[in-house]
Unconditional design. Structure first.
Length: 191
């Protein structure tokens, strides 16, 4: 862990916990003590690394009995687009793209193209127009990925159905060829 920052270490710890359970409840002070840091460092990690764009819901209660509830929310077509703001920063867009790739909504190659398209240099406009254009581009690309995914799933279902039909026809064909063979054998036996 030598080259990892404290924030990286805290994030890695929380990700390990979330790998075992999609919802984790923790004490902020316990985490701060565990990593020998101020509770504000825990807040920083939660606020920057466990955002809605990355697919997390963070619930927090402060005070003596305070806790942090961290939930990994699976990406779904409706929630992904519904949660997309009209103006989106490059960082938020990249987090959303990473999440889409992690959840299998888009391929890694599609994610790479999306990252290039939302890059501030590629858009080349001043703020806030750049963030608005980025939001529109990202929405269009997500919709295209979702359409492509639905088409692929539909094609896969058609292939599965064709395979079932072919398997049934093959079984019928085996029965028919077996019957032909018996008829031929019986015919030869009479001769």
């Amino acid at each position: 862990m030598g080259s990892q920052t404290l924030a990286d270490q805290i994030e890695a710890h929380l990700l390990r916990l979330l790998a075992a359970d999609a919802c984790v409840e923790l004490q902020r002070t316990h985490l701060a003590h565990m990593f020998t840091c101020a509770p504000s460092q825990i807040n920083y990690v939660l606020g920057t690394r466990f955002t809605a764009a990355r697919g997390y819901l963070v619930e927090s209660r402060r005070g003596g009995g305070g806790f942090i509830r961290l939930v990994r929310v699976p990406a779904e077509a409706g929630t992904t687009l519904a949660g997309l703001p009209a103006h989106i920063s490059q960082t938020e867009a990249e987090h959303m793209i990473d999440r889409l790739a992690d959840e299998g909504i888009c391929t890694l190659s599609a994610a790479a193209v999306m990252r290039a398209a939302v890059d501030r240099e590629a858009i080349g406009l001043p703020l806030p127009l750049r963030d608005e254009i980025r939001g529109r581009l990202l929405r269009a690309m997500i919709e295209a990925c979702l359409r492509a995914r639905r088409l692929a799933e539909s094609a896969l279902a058609d292939v599965d159905a064709d395979a079932d039909i072919d398997a049934g026809a093959e079984a019928d064909g085996d029965a028919a060829s077996g019957a032909r063979g018996r008829v031929q054998a019986e015919g030869e036996g009479r001769a």
